[in-house]
Design a protein around this ligand. Sequence first.
Ligand code: ADP
Ligand code: MG
Length: 625
Amino acid sequence: MSDVIRLLPDSVANQIAAGEVIQRPASVVKELVENAVDAGAKRVQVIIKDAGRTLIQVVDDGKGMSDTDARMAFERHATSKIENAADLFALRTMGFRGEALASIAAVSEVDLRTMMTGESVGTRLKISGSKVESQEPEVCVPGTNMMVKNLFFNVPVRRKFLKKDAVELNHIVHEFERMALVNPGVDMTLVHNESVMHQLLPASFKQRICDLFGKTFEHQMLPVNTSTSLVTIDGYVTLPENSRRRNPLQYFTVNGRHMRHPYFHKAVMQCYERLLPADRQPNYFLNFTVEPSTIDVNIHPTKNEIKFENEAAIWQILAAAVREALGRFNAGPAINFDSDAPDIPVFNPDVSAPHHVEIDTTYNPFESKPRAAVGMHKSPRGSQLDDWEKLYQGFLGDADTQGGGTHAHDSLLNQASAVEIAEGLDSEPALINIDEQFDGNHTLQIKNTYILSPSASGVMIIDQHRAHVKVLYEQFCQSLGEGSKAAQQLLFPDTINVTPAQNALLEEMVGELHEIGFDLCPMTHSSWSINAIPAIASGVNPVELLTCIIDDASQETSVTAESLPRMIALSMARSAAIKSGQRLTEAEREHLITRLLALSQPNFTPDGKRVIIMQSVDELAAKFR
Ligand code: ADP
Ligand code: MG
């Protein structure tokens, strides 16, 4: 039998490798900007056409390449950044695999001009699908100008699977923002189809955050600073009032490299646990500096996941530093946190006292009257923010105190038990039977989050926020399905400020949004005026509603004309629904349950989250056995 094993030609091997490194246009942006930074660039321009399908160009003023190096750079495993395995553990550069350019050149047409500083002639090199087409001397400016054209031209399947332009552009903008955050000292520009999306001057880290994400951050960031022999952590966490429901800005870097680190993320989240409602997340921008030999960046080809040698110890240091930042802020001048907003106790040393139940029989949560308690016109976090300060009282100088004192601890226990009731009843709790009737029995609200009610066959536990989302969603879908395009003109048009990525999404969706009653007008590249919203959503804060829709759309892998109305209905429902942590009167609770159980599918939200946990008498009996 003859031998069958063959070595793949380089062009094929490169294409296969490219599949790992170059997933989409944004990956090319990342690799090219990293290379520019590694080359010592002080100025980096990123020019994109058609969300990167037609052109991705990165121009830098770095050290440039010789003509031989320019050609070598496109060979696989060609790198100037490491020489041997030991160097892997002392990395100070972004790149090191020598894979990126080979991969990019395998799936696109590359046109490179580069000249080393101090030379008078540079080189121009053209490569198409890994094949060098030409190389000639050319007089150019010092630095590197890399044009990547027609990405995936020779991999039609990949090209076809690129998402809509707005989605790909969104990825590019995010990648650019990440790189810009890691390199605040570099002058960086992003241009898409001739319009400038970001123009960033060299700045401090704090200023760069504001330049990228808006001036509101200026007064809403708390510095984090700690230095130990294992790690130095610096950066900012944001005030609870600067939290977000969707797409929080959460950035970790280590030694100047962006990283994802779910474990460290948990440390930060834990510090905010009692400060924010369950559906909100803080923004944070935290930089770790460690001895390069104590991390392993070699885990993943895109180099985002990083393994730390001293993970558990750093976890503790991080948590203490973030707590201290939050606590130190508390020692500062008093800040007005909207104290007249609805009463949402998060920190309640007196949880065991029975709640005083006030029945407001006139209130109907489904009336579309603007209502502060629905939490749209006011910060829903009102007194929670008053309370969060208490949480950190006594914390300063006592870094070991878990959550800031025994009261907080009690409160944590109480919350834990409420969650246990909800989650621990059964590993896979039963679904509610459609015929289940709500017999108007008394209901209880647990932690202002879950509603507990006896039912015909046992006991129901309902997530109040999800239940309301579900009810409103069905109502909105029905109205939209009936072709309701009624708009409610706003007496005073609102203004929404958007990031470049959001702007692109909004431009894409504006037609469909008009269809259902929105009236939106672009004012600048970064702001729109909202003149009308769908009548069915009246009473909802227009800016928060639109923000929610844009955020949801940016999470969708593809937004189609057919899926858009449902997505918008869900965004509107999320935006308008009562929140977790909001106290409801008995009448409100009953009204909510009745409406929920009238639906044909009350068990899950439209995005598949459980709304009701049902515990039958038999199941209870079994547990008491
Ligand atoms: P890596 O960055 O992992 O070394 P790449 O394939 O991204 O691998 O780049 C290969 C080599 O090409 C780099 O090591 C560097 O020497 C050179 N290079 C790439 N981009 C630039 C640039 N913009 N300026 C100068 N040199 C560059
Ligand atoms: Mg590289």
